[in-house]
Design a protein around this ligand. Structure first.
Ligand SMILES: [Zn+2]
Length: 289
């Protein structure tokens, strides 16, 4: 499985696609090799609704869906930008994703569907992926009767993971939370607690995003926690840390034992990643706690 970080397809990456170029091209090999690939779609796709009153709002043209479809098995919509143009535009985006046959998770037309995992069977494994947002505004949250994202409420998260294992029969569950403080290289106490709660409830790996930088890695009860993969396709950054992201390759063997490799992405001024090799064991040891 390949997990990449935050993908924003408005602004300069949107222009790259409009010109007929592919912002994922440098990672073609990693996408091609993966049985399943996932990313966080950190913008609205579709048409302007009512713009929310917040410092940054992102709206990508529907033409980006073709590019997403050719790279991703499913995308997470659980983040602090998918609701930038209100619940109506969010719901329109869900419809566009469905029409483009791009499965999504971490959001839905109501609370129940927002908390439903993406479930897929591959090579004899039944895999469930759950997306959560834990970064404000909370007004993007799905309610019983409002489209929106899955909020990372601790009790609900534990319930969803157990449900995926016990009711849906998933033998691998991975959570993909959107959380943490921006530009902070170390995970917060809250991220640590929530990650552990996820693993205690049965998650096999936790793969996070949002801080615009990569963060430390933890191993808890033998399960890996990647607190933040950083940016993957995202313009507007000018530091080494915020222009570095990871594409995480997770491999499960027949006993659900997991091994992983981190491919490094260096973003150019358009917010488009270039391939920059694999993190060495020494580099990983430095960020492993
Ligand atoms: Zn974010």
């Amino acid at each position: 499985m390949l997990f990449v970080g935050d993908i924003m397809l408005d602004e300069l990456p949107g222009k790259v696609i409009a010109k007929g170029n592919n912002p994922f091209a440098a990672f073609h090999k990693q996408f091609k090799q993966a049985d399943l690939s996932f990313g966080n779609l950190e913008c609205v796709v579709g048409f302007a609704g009512k713009k929310e009153d917040k410092p940054f709002t992102f709206l990508a043209h529907p033409r980006v869906l073709k590019t997403l479809k050719s790279h991703f098995s499913a995308v997470s919509v659980a983040n602090n930008h998918s609701g930038d143009f209100g619940p109506k535009a969010f719901e329109t985006m869900l419809g566009l994703l469905e029409r483009a046959k791009i499965p999504y998770f971490g959001g839905g037309r109501n609370l129940r569907s927002a908390h439903a995992p993406y479930v897929v069977e591959k090579n004899g494994h039944k895999i469930a992926i759950l997306g959560y947002n834990n970064f404000l505004p909370r007004s993007f949250e799905a309610l019983e009767d409002r489209p929106g994202v899955a909020w990372a409420d601790a009790d609900q998260v534990a319930f969803d993971i157990r449900n995926a294992k016990e009711k849906l029969g998933a033998d691998i569950v991975i959570t993909y939370p959107h959380w943490g403080w921006e530009h902070e290289p170390l995970a917060s106490k809250h991220q640590e607690e929530l990650a552990r709660l996820m693993i205690d409830a049965g998650a096999d790996a936790v793969v996070g995003g949002h801080p615009h930088v990569t963060q430390n890695i933890d191993i808890y009860k033998g399960k890996p926690i990647f607190y933040s993969l950083g940016n993957f396709v995202f313009n507007g950054f000018d530091t080494e840390e915020s222009q570095t992201g990871w594409a995480l390759e997770l491999v499960f063997d027949s006993n659900q034992q997991i091994t992983w490799t981190i491919h490094v992405a260096k973003l150019d001024k358009n917010g488009v990643p270039r391939y920059a090799g694999i993190l060495t064991k020494q580099e990983i040891d430095k960020i492993l706690r």
